[in-house]
Design a protein around this ligand. Structure first.
Ligand code: HEC
Length: 189
């Protein structure tokens, strides 16, 4: 009984008290409907198995030198349910990919064929997020791929899932200032 009470307070009550005052960091906004759908596509396709979303302190990893952004704090995840921290880093951390790669065309083309942009990339391609057509239909916005990567004589059109996923990736920007919490205690580095 004592053990259970101790465990509950250490793992449930204390974290709750520590995090109940967390506010979104500057610039961290609620996701739009399209971005939320894109988040589901990110989850469904297992992007988290190769990508983290948690730039670390220089004491643990040289993330600052990799250009992945400042150290993540709790307020960066204010609207993330569930959070997508990830632990595997087969690919780069994506917490600030919206700043590093702002262009929708780049993201779409990279999802269709990573090796068109990064030779030797081991990221899988996601062809099923695109329709390959003979010609664009009204309303279609074909992806501009580097020469030689579109199937000959065809156009590659993103599905709604691809466009939503890219809207989500473009929203990943946690570079805003970390404000010290009310009460004076400043955030750890
Ligand atoms: C098997 C591991 C793996 C999986 C799964 C994976 N990626 Fe990647 N990803 C990589 C690697 C390796 C790179 C670096 C080479 C490159 O850019 O292609 C990368 C690069 C990226 C980049 C560019 C990062 C930068 O800093 O330029 C983005 C964006 C990205 N991945 C998004 C995704 C999304 C979205 C998914 C899920 C649909 C996904 N990845 C799934 C391995 C993976």
């Amino acid at each position: 009984m004592t053990m259970l009470a101790l465990a509950t307070s250490a793992l449930v009550v204390l974290p709750y008290l520590q995090l109940q005052d967390v506010k979104p960091t500057e610039g961290t906004k609620p996701y739009t409907a399209a971005q939320l759908r894109g988040r589901e596509v990110y989850i469904a396709n297992g992007c988290i198995y190769c990508h983290s979303q948690q730039p670390r302190d220089s004491a643990y990893a040289p993330d600052d030198k990799r250009g992945w952004g400042r150290v993540a704090v709790a307020g960066d995840y204010y609207y993330d349910k569930p959070h997508l921290l990830g632990t595997m880093r087969t690919g780069p951390d994506l917490m600030n990919i919206g700043v590093r790669q702002p262009g929708a065309d780049w993201h779409l083309g990279h999802l269709y064929q990573p090796r068109a942009y990064v030779s030797g990339s081991i990221m899988p391609s996601y062809p099923y997020l695109f329709d390959v057509k003979d010609a664009p239909e009204p309303g279609d916005k074909p992806v501009t791929l580097p020469p030689g990567y579109a199937p000959p004589g065809k156009v590659v059109v993103p599905t709604a899932a691809a466009s939503d996923l890219v809207a989500y990736l473009q929203s990943l920007n946690r570079t805003g200032a970390v404000l010290p919490p009310a009460g004076g205690e400043s955030n750890p580095r």
